[in-house]
Design a protein around this ligand. Structure first.
Ligand SMILES: Cc1cc2nc3c(=O)[nH]c(=O)nc-3n(C[C@H](O)[C@H](O)[C@H](O)COP(=O)(O)OP(=O)(O)OC[C@H]3O[C@@H](n4cnc5c(N)ncnc54)[C@H](O)[C@@H]3O)c2cc1C
Length: 314
């Protein structure tokens, strides 16, 4: 429950909402589609639900307002033959939230495709456009995660012809269906893999990956590999990326549950809320998984979704 709530449909309404909060010294919380949030308790402030719509396309760029739906934008670009976003298909949420945690999947991150992020500063009302470099993107992170005063109003994306299809699921789909690598074929492959692997969050409430894939040094990875030769890895500019799903799955934890929350049998990184479980249940199962993975592999898992209010932890 929030103390105050409003929905904004354009910049004027956003400025009005910001002024309302300022007059009453209210803390502002920006809400997109809520797919990456865990609410712990009452939000004592103003929740601004973003519904600023609009998008334009040209050969050189795609511009989308932050209240647009990300899945729909990617689907539309693909349909229109605008390449570059196909690996990010079916990631739920709003366009405005995409740069916050630098969404990524199947070998591509938003930061690989993004040109600029347009924002409004909720404290000063300043309108600022951040270049890609200014956003300080890294794995599931950006400056906006820490600097909460920036309301993302829109993003500009550069279409890219560079195709990324090295992930086994994508490769296998292309081979099985005798498809030549193309933006449209990769889009189909990614959609098929996601539908097959992830429980539908509309029917089985979940926030997608509950933990980030840990990134370790080459030396750490080598030590792990010596003990667990079958441990998969992905090369990443920041080190060696381990599969958090594999770490959990290898300990036989799929299907384990605490209260009404269970580790999905379909995907070890997904925690499903079956019966409106409490925040305490989530905390218990999160700690249980982290402890088991740490004792077995000496790797600390980090929670991916945002917890609100931030003083609560999982
Ligand atoms: C089934 C499932 C699968 C998923 N798969 C992936 C995946 O493959 N890769 C991946 O990276 N993520 C994935 N996610 C996570 C999620 O889809 C993304 O994080 C998405 O960007 C969240 O969008 P949202 O609009 O729901 O954001 P919300 O949950 O509403 O908000 C998330 C954060 O962004 C902030 N925010 C939202 N809008 C704005 C704005 N306009 N300006 C400033 N701050 C804002 C919020 O304050 C909050 O801090 C998945 C989630 C689910 C449920």
């Amino acid at each position: 429950m929030a103390r105050w709530f409003c929905q904004v449909n354009n910049h004027e309404e956003l400025l009005e909402a910001a002024a309302f909060a300022k007059e009453r010294s209210l803390h502002i919380f920006v809400l997109g589609l809520g797919t990456n949030l865990i609410l712990g308790k009452h939000i004592d402030g103003l929740v601004i639900r973003n519904n600023i719509r609009g998008k334009t396309f040209s050969d050189s760029e795609v511009k989308a307002a932050s209240g647009e739906n990300w899945e729909e934008l990617v689907g539309f670009c693909n349909y229109k033959g605008v390449p570059g976003l196909e690996n990010l298909a079916l990631i739920p949420g709003s366009v405005g939230a995409a740069p916050i945690q630098n969404i990524g999947a199947y070998g591509v991150e938003l930061s690989d495709r993004l040109k600029t992020v347009e924002t409004l500063n909720l404290i000063t009302n300043e309108v600022v456009t951040f270049s890609n470099a200014d956003c300080e993107f890294s794995y599931r992170d950006s400056r906006f995660k820490k600097e909460k005063e920036w309301f993302v109003t829109g993003v500009t994306i550069s279409p890219r012809n560079e195709l990324v299809f090295e992930y086994p699921d994508v490769k296998a789909y292309l081979e099985e269906n005798e498809l030549k690598e193309s933006s449209k074929a990769i889009y189909r492959a990614v959609c098929a893999a996601r539908v097959r692997k992830l429980p539908d969050f509309r029917r089985f409430p979940n926030v997608g990956s509950f933990f980030k894939n840990p990134i370790v040094t080459t030396e750490e990875y080598q030590r792990l590999k010596d003990r667990f030769p079958e441990m998969p890895k992905h090369i990443d500019p920041r080190g060696i990326k381990l599969s958090a799903a594999w770490l959990i799955d290898s300990l036989g934890l799929k299907g384990e549950s605490v209260g009404g929350i269970s580790i999905s049998r379909q995907h070890a990184l997904v925690l499903v809320n079956h019966s409106a479980a409490t925040f305490d249940d989530l905390q218990k199962i999160s700690k249980f998984i982290r402890k088991r993975v740490y004792s077995a592999y000496n790797v600390l898992l980090e929670v991916e979704p945002e917890v609100c209010p931030p003083q609560l932890s999982l």
